[in-house]
Design a protein around this ligand. Structure first.
Ligand code: UN1
Length: 492
């Protein structure tokens, strides 16, 4: 398979004429040969998007939305095919890959509704025979830079709202998942999106990402990815006064109290910590256990974690797929070494493994006796590594939960409704779950977090459209004379 850029409605090679190989992380076999883009491809895509914007912004929003609905229906038809490709390219197990596509389907139909909303408002004005309203305009050409862990869902959170609001888009997918991205773009092409409205530029992150940030025509950048890249992008974009939305990960905790349903908490912890091989920004990487149940719960958990089956995500017997690439294995393993050196106690896992001699697999790993200030309890590992921390009380558990430089998702298991509401009040992350693990956010609610997780924006939900629109205040004076606001206070 060859994967090309999509610029101005055409599938084209990169100007560099160079290609790279995209690997299946479970088998280490090539999935595709992929174009390597640079500034020249970005320039061509931005030019196409700029021209297309002049027409697209004038298409009535309900008509723009029809294309989203068509894309949604095509995603439904192609769900299985896309999910299989996604598993091959990214490694997550097939049911999760189907979920990834489902999230985009949900987003298409949910945000398609904005075509008949894009709500502004009117308010009374202070002078007679004068009318005022606030309406939303599109911003222009926007860039969507996305990660490999949700190669369809996350682009859908950005591209669908951007398009329905009337923007044109440059989509830069992760270099580890270009084939899935290209199939996603093909859906828009078949849904009838006009040329230039959505453009795909694949390439090494820094080259293409920086070219997008530096290009004067790109007005806004919506980024999901690592903190390191996000910070750099934000600083660069600030020089151009560009609007930026950052979503950069988490160090999410599950708190289990003495009165919790422990069986439920156990299932939820296994799913949140080891599902997607721990490679979700919402994944649970800290388990804060109330002292009275700590010993018992830890034992139950370790026994079950040891039984999880590693393997190719296409096999129905697989519980946990591979990590995304070799560098990820090295990174996860380095954190395991750090944890040991910090004095945490390794209860299970801790090794890279091969399945049938291949693949970037890593054993589900659990550390006990972790102190909240250890690096393994503070830094995002993005792999199947869980740190157990003890707490004496709910207050202490919440304090530990909040004391990291991330603020995406938190979870509390308790059967006491008073404790639940106390936690909802006191937890300072963007997402809070009661009696449910830290993953599995739904697209009709705001997604994002506090502290180092982002820069205050939220994707999805009622907030999705905010980032992709510009407010315009409109005053219509039909008095036929000069009326001076704030001055002619007795004009009527
Ligand atoms: C992510 O890992 O970046 O809430 C997104 C969840 C999914 C989305 C995760 N719906 O776990």
């Amino acid at each position: 398979m060859q994967v090309r850029n999509y610029i101005n409605g055409k599938w084209v090679e990169a100007r560099s004429e160079e290609w790279y190989v995209d690997l299946n992380p479970a088998t280490e076999e090539p999935v595709a040969e992929v174009v390597k883009s640079d500034e020249r491809d970005v320039a061509a895509a931005v030019e196409a998007a700029e021209v297309a914007f002049e027409k697209w912004r004038k298409v009535p929003a309900p008509k723009r939305a029809e294309i989203l609905y068509r894309a949604g229906h095509l995603l439904v038809e192609r769900k299985e095919q896309l999910a299989r490709l996604l598993t091959q390219e990214m490694g997550k197990i097939l049911p999760e890959a189907r979920g990834d596509v489902q999230e985009a389907i949900d987003m298409a139909f949910y945000i398609g509704g904005e075509g008949r909303r894009l709500l502004g408002y009117t308010a009374p004005v202070e002078l007679p025979n004068k009318f005022g309203m606030a309406i939303r305009d599109p911003i222009g050409v926007v860039a969507c830079i996305t990660p490999w862990n949700f190669p369809i869902a996350i682009p859908s959170w950005k591209i669908f709202p951007a398009l329905v609001a009337g923007n044109t888009v440059i989509f830069k997918p992760a270099t580890d998942t270009p084939a899935t991205a290209a199939e996603f773009v093909r859906i828009f092409e078949e849904a009838g999106l006009p040329p230039g409205v959505l453009n795909l530029v694949i390439g090494p992150g820094p080259t293409v990402g920086n070219a997008l940030v530096e290009h004067p025509t790109v007005k806004a950048i919506s980024f999901t990815g690592s903190t390191e890249v996000g910070r750099d992008l934000y600083a660069r974009a600030a020089r151009h006064l560009k609007r930026v939305s950052l979503e950069m990960g988490g160090k999410n905790a599950i708190i289990v109290m003495e009165d919790a349903n422990l069986e439920l908490a156990l299932e939820a912890t296994l799913w949140a910590a080891f599902g997607t091989t721990g490679q979700r920004c919402t994944a649970c990487s800290r388990l804060i256990l109330h002292k009275p149940i700590k010993g018992k719960f830890t034992e139950m958990l370790v026994e079950r974690a040891k039984q999880l089956r590693l393997g190719n995500g296409l096999e129905p017997t697989t519980d946990v797929g591979p990590l995304i690439n070799e560098a990820a294995v090295r990174k996860v393993h380095s954190y395991v070494e750090i944890g040991k050196a910090e004095g945490a106690r390794l209860l299970c896992g801790g090794n890279p493994v091969k399945v049938n001699g291949k693949g970037f697999f890593y054993e589900p790993t659990i550390f006990d006796q972790v102190r909240p200030d250890m690096r393994i309890a503070q830094e995002e590992i993005f792999g199947p590594v869980l740190s157990i921390i003890e707490a004496e009380s709910l207050e202490e558990a919440i304090r530990i939960n909040n004391s990291v430089n991330y603020g995406l998702s938190s979870s509390l298991f308790t059967q006491d409704v008073n404790k639940a509401f106390q936690a909802i009040r006191d937890i300072t992350t963007g997402i809070v779950y009661i009696n449910h693990g830290t993953t599995g956010a739904e697209i009709q609610f705001p997604f994002g977090g506090t502290r180092g997780t982002g820069n205050g924006h939220r994707e999805a939900g009622l907030t999705a459209i905010e980032f992709f629109t510009e407010w315009k205040a409109v005053y219509v004076d039909y008095s036929g004379r000069l009326q001076r606001a704030q001055i002619d206070t007795t004009a009527f």
